[in-house]
Design a protein around this ligand. Structure first.
Ligand code: MBD
Ligand code: FE
Length: 303
């Protein structure tokens, strides 16, 4: 088809020939409509293929999987790369690397000072202690930062989305102490896999890809006067560490896991079996003018 014809149609579809409406919405709809028409033309997408695509997106929306497909097609990671670049261009010093939030955060987890236990003792996973410090990029401790942490259980499932777990299982907010430290006890998570038979898994299979994430722990780190950090740590040794279907793994976010089997240390922790320890410090950047913020508004679950 002629590019001029496509442009004309897309302009009219986006309401450019009428007054009113939202200018930014018109601009975006015009561009996406035009790009879709061009893709249909370039790839000679058939009617059957097109309507299969519409049915696919409809089903994915009905099963609330669009938040899973966006990271699966690397677009959520792409948004992180753009934010990284905006910060670089603005000359902002960067702290701990960011990575994708994903679709499984629940707002309002229980808040405690300094430390917390995230698991309720019902999941017989490996005991894991995570500990560290929140500092500014100047290395000075940040007191009163909130470390909002969430992760999956040993089945790779997240509370709230998995109704068999109690509310806020493996989800807490921890406020740092005067020396910037935080710590928590939990259980070693397993990686998440897209549900069997789901639209997201179906897409990955069609692409010849797997639909698994390596084991990971999510964090928001916030403090007054600082840019919000959205990140994760990934568990070293996981078979999917470097092929994460959601493109969330980043080299700076794979801390060492220390396995402790010394009887005295086990006793000192009040345990009767070996455990794992991860040391991880967060470095957060001060608020800055003239560069896009890191506080993202998106629909999130709340209990
Ligand atoms: C997850 O646990 C996750 O973190 C992402 C990004 C996508 C699917 C499941
Ligand atoms: Fe996750």
């Amino acid at each position: 088809m002629s590019p001029a014809l496509i442009d004309q149609l897309a302009d009219r579809a986006a309401g450019l020939d009428v007054a009113g409406g939202d200018a930014r919405l018109k601009e975006i709809v015009r561009r996406l409509t035009r790009d879709l028409m061009v893709a249909i033309d370039d790839l000679d997408i058939s009617m059957d293929e097109f309507w299969a695509g519409v049915a696919y997106v409809t089903a994915a929306g009905q099963s609330n999987e669009l938040g899973l497909i966006v990271p699966g097609i690397a677009v959520e990671h792409y948004l992180d790369l753009r934010l990284d670049e905006a910060e670089r261009l603005a000359g902002l010093a960067s702290g701990t690397q960011r990575t994708i939030e994903g679709p499984l955060y629940v707002a309002g987890a229980p808040l405690s000072k300094g430390s917390a236990r995230l698991d309720d003792g019902s999941d017989d996973g490996e005991v894991l202690f995570v500990q560290g410090r929140v500092t500014g990029i100047d290395g000075k401790p940040v007191e009163g930062a909130i470390v909002d942490v969430w992760h999956a259980n040993t089945m790779g499932n997240y509370s709230h989305f998995d109704p068999t777990q109690p509310a806020f299982n493996l989800r807490r907010r921890i406020e740092t102490l005067g020396d910037g430290t935080y710590s928590f006890r939990t259980i070693m998570p397993s990686g998440y896999g897209c549900p069997p038979g789901s639209a997201s898994r179906q897409l990955m299979e069609g692409l010849g890809r797997h639909a698994e994430r390596p084991a990971h722990v999510h964090f928001f780190v916030t403090a007054p006067g600082y840019r919000k950090l959205t990140t994760q740590i990934n568990i070293e040794g996981d078979q999917y560490l470097h092929t994460d279907f959601a493109f969330g793994t980043r080299e700076g976010l794979i801390p060492a896991v220390r396995r402790v089997s010394d009887a005295a240390e086990i006793h000192a922790r009040g345990l009767n079996k070996p455990f794992a320890v991860i040391d991880f410090d967060f470095s957060i950047a001060p608020e800055a003018q003239g560069v896009i913020g890191t506080e993202v508004s998106r629909p999130r679950a709340a209990a």
